[in-house]
Design a protein around this ligand. Structure first.
Ligand code: GTP
Length: 365
C-alpha cells in the first residue's frame, strides 16, 4: 500500500491575514482548497493512505474532510506544539502502516507542482535510495538554499542561500517533495523541533546515506507569498499548471452563483467565488475574489486577493493587495502594491491614493 504524509502544520505567516482563520493548505485555489488538489494528485499516483501532519488550526482539517468519500484513508497526526518539518515527518510516521523498507511520499502543503509522483517513486526504488528529493531549477538561485548533485544525481551537500555569484554552484533547489525509506524517517528525533532542510538532510548526507535528487523541469511554484498564491491559482485556471479538479483551461473560473455585470471583464485566470457581485465596468485581472465579495462599478483588481465578505468600492484600484475578510475599501481608493488589509478594517472613500491623480479635496478651507 502506497502511503504519503502532507506537512500542513505551519502558521502561513506570509499569507496573513488570509491565514488568520484558515490554514494555508485550506485556502481556496482555483475553486477548491489547495489540499484537495494535492489529494487528487496523490490518488492519481496510487496513494491509498495519507497522514496529515497538522498543528496550527488542526481541527479545521478534520472538518474539511469529514464527508470525504473517495477511496483514500486519511489519518491525522496533531502536534500540540509545532515540531518543525523534520519533527512533523517523524511524528506522522507513527501512523504509517508499511514495513521499515517501504517508500513514503512526503509533500509540503503549499507547493503547486507538475512533477510525476509515480516517476519520483520509481526513481527512488530503482536506486534503492534512503531519500529521494524532488529538485527544481530556478532562474535566480540567490533566494534559495541550493542542492548540488553529482553526475549520478547523488546529493553532495545542502548549501545555505548563496551570498556571492561564486557561491551559486548550482541552480537546483529543494522542491518540497520527498520520498523517504520508512526506517529513515522513523530515526528522526520526534521529541523536539527539527527542520528537515537544515538538520535531517545535511546529517544524512554527512553520514553517507543514499540521498538522491530527482531533477525535473515540470511546473513548480511555492504558494507561500500573496503574489505567488494568486499566480498559482491563475496558472491552474489558465492550464499552465494542472490539477484533476480544475475544468478545462479558461480565462476565468466563475462560481455559478456569482453575479457579473455584462460590462465587467474577468480575465487572466481570475477566480470569482460563490455569491460574489461584480459591478459594471469592473476589471478583475489575475485575482482571487472570495465568497460574497462585492466589487463596485469601475473598480480594478489586479493580482490581488479579496477574502470572503469584503467590499471593494467604486473606482478603487488594487494591485498585489490582500484584503482580509469583511474588510471594506471605500470608493476612489488607490492602494499601494503589497498592502495587506486586516480582517474587518474600513478604509473610507478617497482614504488612500498612491498616484497624483486629482480627486476632490473633502476638507473645507
Ligand atoms: P510561513 O509562516 O509563511 O513561512 O509559512 P509556513 O508556516 O507554512 O512555513 P513554510 O512555508 O516554511 O512550511 C513549509 C511546509 O511545511 C508547509 O506546508 C507548512 O504547513 C509545513 N510546516 C512548517 N512547519 C511545520 C511544523 O512545525 N509542523 C507541521 N506539521 N508542518 C509544518
Amino acid at each position: 500500500m502506497q502511503e504519503a504524509i502532507i506537512l500542513v502544520g505551519g502558521k502561513g505567516t506570509r499569507l496573513r491575514p488570509l491565514t488568520n482563520h484558515t490554514p494555508k493548505p485550506l485556502l481556496n485555489v482555483a475553486g477548491s482548497s489547495f489540499i484537495r488538489h494535492q489529494i487528487a494528485k496523490l490518488i492519481d499516483a496510487g496513494v491509498e493512505h495519507v497522514v496529515f501532519a497538522t498543528s496550527y488550526l488542526a481541527g479545521l482539517f478534520e472538518e474539511e474532510f469529514q464527508d470525504f468519500s473517495q477511496d483514500l484513508r486519511i489519518s491525522y497526526a496533531v502536534e500540540k506544539v509545532p515540531l518543525g518539518t523534520g519533527g512533523a515527518i517523524r511524528n506522522a510516521g507513527r501512523l504509517l502502516r508499511g514495513a521499515p523498507d517501504e517508500p513514503v511520499l512526503i509533500l509540503n502543503g503549499d507547493i503547486l507542482s507538475g512533477v510525476d509522483l509515480r516517476g519520483i517513486l520509481a526513481a527512488h526504488r530503482g536506486r534503492d535510495a534512503d531519500v529521494t528529493l524532488h529538485l527544481t531549477r530556478v532562474a535566480d538561485p540567490r533566494a534559495f538554499g541550493l542542492v548540488p548533485t553529482d553526475d549520478d544525481g547523488r546529493v553532495l551537500s545542502f548549501l545555505e542561500k548563496p551570498k556571492t555569484a561564486a557561491e551559486c554552484v548550482t541552480d537546483q533547489i529543494n522542491a518540497g517533495c520527498y520520498v523517504f525509506r520508512r526506517s529513515v524517517l522513523d530515526a528522526i528525533p520526534g521529541d523536539r523541533e527539527v527542520s528537515v532542510e537544515q538538520e535531517t538532510f545535511p546529517r544524512l548526507v554527512a553520514a553517507g546515506a543514499l540521498v538522491y535528487g530527482h531533477t525535473t523541469a515540470d511546473y513548480w511554484r511555492d504558494l507561500g507569498t500573496p503574489l505567488a498564491f494568486v499566480h498559482g491559482s491563475a496558472d491552474l485556471v489558465t492550464g499552465r499548471a494542472r490539477s484533476p479538479l480544475v475544468p478545462p483551461p479558461a480565462e476565468a473560473l466563475i462560481h455559478p452563483t456569482a453575479r457579473i455585470d455584462p460590462s465587467a471583464r474577468v480575465l487572466g485566470g481570475s477566480c470569482v467565488g460563490p455569491h460574489a457581485v461584480i459591478g459594471p465596468d469592473v476589471v478583475i485581472d489575475r485575482a482571487i475574489i472570495g465568497a460574497r465579495v462585492t466589487v463596485e462599478s469601475g473598480a480594478r483588481v489586479h493580482e490581488s486577493v479579496a477574502d470572503h465578505d469584503s467590499v471593494i468600492g467604486a473606482r478603487s484600484v488594487l494591485r498585489e493587495a490582500v484584503v482580509g475578510c469583511h474588510a471594506e475599501v471605500g470608493a476612489d481608493n488607490e492602494l499601494p502594491a503589497q498592502l495587506r488589509l486586516s480582517c474587518g478594517i474600513r478604509i473610507p472613500a478617497q482614504g488612500v491614493r498612491v498616484s497624483g491623480t486629482a480627486v476632490a479635496c473633502p476638507t473645507v478651507h
